[in-house]
Design a protein around this ligand. Structure first.
Ligand code: KIV
Ligand code: NA
Length: 264
């Protein structure tokens, strides 16, 4: 089986083939998702909410992410593995390099950071040092206290322009992938078309280059509430493997997300 690399993902964007992604936190689910043909597995700091039962991602540590990254790496054969850098683990470039090194040594093939153009130095520094970077814009959950809640971002034209400028700045700095969370469908389309690198959406409509869901939301088993943009694939299939392959098929066919999972 041919391993998925960042080149595979870029080629998919160029061929207009959708990229499929799920979060994963352990070897068994990583293996199951991998066997169904998922492209990307993300060890998300969402684990603070779905595994630890906290009400935000802020308490998650690099040690937590590294532990779960080792588990996912052990289960993943083909999928591309991305690890989240947690809250305040990339506050300065030096901290960023040290913590990214821990996650790469744990088995990640890329790290993901939340934020806009202020991250340019850290992103180009990571890339120079051999660490590929995924950006994350829109509703960035580590900044929930700044936003004052989990709200759709970029509804006003000036905010939308700011998000587009940030996305271009991240690409310019050397980011090779971007996650766009909770933004209007039209803005996500605009950003995906403006960037050369693949854009993976969550709550960002159907026009991004790929989709990601938190696995617990996709199975409808989250301890927290179920977000509007997510879909429970387990009740409609009654089987874990079926649920995953239905999700993959619907993303590839452009059937998920529908208007009922999106914002305008
Ligand atoms: O932590 C996470 O699971 C994420 C995804 C929702 C993109 O960042
Ligand atoms: Na995250």
């Amino acid at each position: 089986m041919k391993k998925i690399t960042i080149s595979t993902l870029l080629a998919k964007k160029q061929r207009a083939e959708k990229i499929t992604a799920l979060t994963a936190y352990d070897a068994s689910f990583a293996k199951l998702f991998d066997e169904q043909g998922i492209d990307v597995l993300l060890i998300g700091d969402s684990l603070g909410m779905v595994l630890q039962g906290q009400d935000s991602t802020l308490p998650v540590t690099t040690t937590d992410i590294a532990y779960h990254t080792r588990s996912v790496r052990a289960g993943a054969e083909r999928a591309f593995v991305i690890a989240d850098m947690p809250f305040m683990s990339y506050a300065t470039p030096e901290q960023t390099y040290a913590n990214a090194a821990t996650l790469m040594a744990a088995g990640a093939s890329m790290v993901k950071l939340e934020g806009g153009d202020w991250l340019a130095e850290s992103i180009s520094g990571l890339r120079d040092r051999g660490v590929p970077v995924c950006g994350h814009l829109g509703l960035t959950p580590q900044s929930v206290n700044v936003f004052g809640g989990f709200k759709v971002q970029g509804r006003e034209e000036d905010k939308a322009q700011q998000l587009l400028d940030d996305a271009l700045a991240l690409e310019q700095a050397g980011a090779q992938l971007l996650v766009l969370e909770l933004v209007p469908t039209s803005l996500a389309k605009r950003i995906s078309e403006a960037l050369t690198i693949p854009v993976i959406g969550i709550g960002a409509g159907p026009h991004t280059d790929g989709q990601i869901l938190v696995m617990h939301d996709m199975f409808g088993i989250s301890a927290n509430y179920m977000p509007k943009f997510s879909k429970n694939y387990l009740t409609e299939t009654g089987d874990l493997r079926e649920a995953v392959s239905r999700y993959i098929e619907q993303v590839q066919a452009g059937e998920f997300p529908g208007p009922e999972h999106s914002f305008e």
